[in-house]
Write a protein that binds this ligand. Structure first.
Ligand SMILES: [Fe+2]
Length: 287
């Protein structure tokens, strides 16, 4: 042991770990864990962590595990609120400049939303402030993507999705699949969505509270837009007037995904937005 080891035990442990897994059968796992151990060692030393810190970390992770079951995934919530989920999504769906950014789909997507005619409403119960969206689906050259399938799903004005509260809303309320016309345009008639809080009655919620972070997501609609020859786009459209816009706990907000719902004379709102699709890599139309 040299004197450097005495001053930098973290570096020594990280080096030992890396050496021990050098011949591991799972090379990728070994490399990633060695990097993780090195990063942890650096943080422990830089922050001067002690036994109480370790006990608190273990207790928190234990609580996260206990809060998770088949209906509730606190670990996913933790990954979401640390930005990991959105970071991975951005990394695996990197789009060229000018294309609309892809975002996480969230847990409320349902396959097979009802087909709607242009201008038809997706609000089955008719409850809420009317909202009309004039959408355009374009390619990177600004040309229309005729016939693009536009799936939309959203929460109602109270911030609830129909599959979250099936007793309170009709089946498939506020979900629909539109088809862009030859000019790439489609008119979606709906109601203005309300923001909602992510589950915050567990250890992740307690963590957010200790950090002074809000669990509130800004109001938004979700879209999934697909067309032959293009990468499928899963994205959000956010209400530009929502004060929660600056601190979305899921890190999905991007300037290109924010719009203003302008008040119209009849008490409703309207907005227009363009989605720009990127060409698919040969043989791939997903992501
Ligand atoms: Fe959502």
């Amino acid at each position: 042991m040299n004197s450097g080891v005495m001053h930098r035990p973290g570096r020594h442990i990280a080096a030992q770990f890396a050496a021990r897994v050098r011949g591991a059968p799972d090379r990728q796992l070994a490399d990633r864990l060695a990097r993780a151990v090195a990063a942890m060692a650096r943080i422990v030393e830089e922050e001067g962590l002690d036994r109480d810190d370790l006990r608190a970390l273990v207790a928190f992770l234990t609580d996260v595990g206990h809060a998770s079951d088949s209906r509730r995934q606190e670990w996913v919530l933790l990954a979401d609120t640390l930005g990991l989920t959105s970071l991975i999504e951005a990394q695996v769906t990197r789009r060229p400049a000018g294309a609309t950014p892809n975002t996480i789909a969230g847990p409320f997507y349902r396959v097979g939303a009802p087909v709607k005619c242009d201008g038809e409403s997706i609000s089955i119960d008719g409850i809420g402030d009317p909202l009309v969206l004039e959408l355009a689906v374009l390619d990177l050259d600004g040309d229309p993507v005729a016939g693009a399938a536009i799936e939309v799903w959203q929460a109602n004005g109270a911030g609830l999705y129909e599959n979250q509260a099936p007793d309170l809303q009709p089946d498939q309320n506020l979900r629909g699949t539109y088809r862009a016309g030859p000019d790439g345009r489609a008119i979606v008639r709906t109601v203005r969505p309300g923001g909602y809080a992510i589950p915050h009655d567990g250890p992740v919620g307690a963590l957010l509270a200790r950090l002074g972070l809000s669990p509130d997501r800004p109001a938004h609609l979700h879209f999934r837009i697909s067309a032959p020859g293009f990468q499928t786009l899963t994205t959000h459209l956010f209400d530009g007037d929502d004060p929660a816009l600056e601190a979305d706990p899921l890190f999905a907000v991007h300037p290109a995904l924010v719009t203003r719902f302008a008040a119209c004379g009849d008490g409703g709102f309207e907005a227009s937005h363009q989605f720009v699709l990127a060409r698919a890599h040969p043989g791939r139309e997903d992501a």
